[in-house]
Ligand binder design. Structure first.
Ligand SMILES: Nc1ncnc2c1ncn2[C@@H]1O[C@H](COP(=O)(O)OP(=O)(O)OP(=O)(O)O)[C@@H](O)[C@H]1O
Ligand SMILES: [Mg+2]
Length: 224
């Protein structure tokens, strides 16, 4: 079953005098349960593409269907509901809230959907991503970059989303921890049949995905 089908996606940005076409008429089709790596040099448009696939940004042109429904990018209320219910995000710079504890940060997406996050569920998710439970009542400023990355992944998983979109989820981890966290994702992916779309520079991550797509010159190509 196709979970995301994007057709003819284009996105340009103005940079000084000139316009750069970061995404040039891209098609992508993603099946439920797939784990996909998106690679490409810095500035090739990986984050831009993830923000569109995650319904955070509207492309200049192109269409997107999500779980079989055509997406109306002008309906921000509906987009927010779909994101909260169906999509978990791990952002490149974590985007955790400094004034909230780790437990509160992880529980935030369920708070937003009107549920009280259960401590048990938060504990289970923390175990899943390799975070020790004694971190629960700490604040983000007291954790390492790698631990914050795990918190961000835990927060992405709390609402049991259909899709997890992760932007450089191992950027601040050493080799062993990177492999550890991608193996965590792989287990979650196969157990819960959740779809993972991961932008990464890390070959250890990409080789553990089902397929790798390369962004270059505004085009997306499959590895051959
Ligand atoms: N909101 C914006 N306004 C103007 N230019 C932008 C904007 N967002 C991205 N760009 C430009 O689009 C290009 C692609 O950026 P993007 O962040 O998608 O790259 P990336 O592949 O994720 O890079 P990295 O590997 O460094 O994270 C860059 O040249 C960037 O400067
Ligand atoms: Mg990026």
């Amino acid at each position: 079953m196709t979970i995301i089908e994007a057709k003819g996606i284009s996105q340009s940005f103005n940079s000084g005098q000139k316009t750069i076409k970061v995404l040039n008429n891209i098609d992508i089709s993603i099946k439920r349960g797939e784990m996909i790596a998106i690679m490409g040099v810095s500035g090739s448009g990986k984050s831009t593409l993830l923000h569109i696939l995650g319904l955070l940004n509207r492309p200049d042109s192109g269409s997107l269907s999500f779980l079989g429904n055509s997406i109306d990018f002008s309906n921000e209320n509906l987009l927010a509901k779909i994101r909260n219910k169906h999509i978990g995000f791990v952002f490149q710079f974590y985007s955790l809230i400094g004034e909230l504890t780790i437990e509160e940060n992880i529980g935030l997406p369920s708070m937003i959907s009107g549920l009280k996050p259960e401590k048990d569920r938060i504990g289970i998710i923390m175990n899943l991503v390799g975070l020790s439970l004694d971190k629960m009542s700490r604040f983000p400023s007291t954790l390492s970059g790698g631990e914050l990355q795990r918190v961000a992944l835990a927060r992405a998983l709390i609402n049991n989303p259909d899709i997890v979109i992760a932007d450089e989820p191992t950027a601040n981890l050493d080799k062993a921890s990177s492999i550890d966290i991608v193996n965590n994702m792989k287990n979650i992916n196969s157990q819960a049949n959740q779809t993972f779309i991961i932008a990464t520079h890390n070959k250890d991550v990409a080789t553990r995905c089902h397929r790798t797509l390369y962004l270059s010159g505004g085009k997306l190509g499959e590895k051959t």
